[in-house]
Design a protein around this ligand. Structure first.
Ligand code: HEM
Length: 188
């Protein structure tokens, strides 16, 4: 929601997609979510820039291995820097800091752990078992919010004034609460 409020262009484009798919249904359903391609790109882009866990939980290597010339000994403690991977220009080109869902157009990269440039749920046998539930909930809530309401920042605040500071803990919440003013949308 923070990135949508900071990027009115993206918000409008999403509302248009939702309008086309959900139409005049009052409530968004799971069957709608599967048809919302732009929403999916927005969720990927949000997970790239704002992964729930910046450093993935520690894992232990099971055998000696060499990866990209680095010798990793058996029983080493491995901590992947999820935040850094999502902002590495070698993976994402120079505009890494920009919130640009369109970067996923025509791309097969997803967040299921098969593409190492985007691993918000980690990868392999200990990756998150709740990802389907998690993403469907995020998508249902965001879609319902933008379908039912138009959103503005309060007190005439402009999008680039929104404080995006995050607290670096085991998970990374906003440092300050997001305040936004809803206006009920009239469905056509
Ligand atoms: C979008 C939402 C979610 C994100 C981004 C997320 C992210 C993660 C991450 C990064 C891990 C650590 C994986 C590792 O050890 O390398 C994890 C583990 C786990 N998650 Fe999630 N998660 C989400 C939703 C959920 C939900 C909804 C549930 C349960 C209903 C859940 C249950 C678990 C469990 C049980 C583990 C431990 C797996 C294991 O150690 O084998 N997660 N998750």
């Amino acid at each position: 929601m923070s990135e949508l409020l900071r990027h009115p262009r993206v918000m409008k484009k999403l509302q248009k997609e939702v309008q086309n798919v959900v139409g005049d249904c009052e409530f968004v359903e799971e069957s709608h979510i599967l048809k919302l391609d732009y929403l999916d790109m927005i969720v990927k882009e949000s997970m790239r820039l704002h992964p729930v866990a910046t450093l993935l939980p520690p894992h232990e290597s099971m055998e000696d291995i060499v990866i990209n010339g680095y010798h990793i000994k058996k029983k080493s403690r491995i901590i992947a820097n999820n935040w850094g991977i999502g902002r590495d220009p070698r993976n994402w080109s120079e505009n890494v800091d920009e919130f640009l869902p369109e970067r996923f157009i025509g791309s097969n990269v997803d967040y299921m752990g098969n593409n190492f440039q985007l691993i918000p749920i980690s990868s392999g046998r200990r990756s998150c078992p709740g990802i389907h539930l998690g993403t469907i909930m995020v998508k249902l809530v965001v879609t319902q919010l933008v379908h039912t309401f138009d959103w503005e920042l309060p007190f005439g605040m402009s999008p680039d004034e929104l404080d995006m500071e995050e607290l670096f803990r085991a998970t990374v919440p906003r440092a300050t609460h997001l305040l936004a003013a809803p206006t009920l949308r009239s469905l056509p």
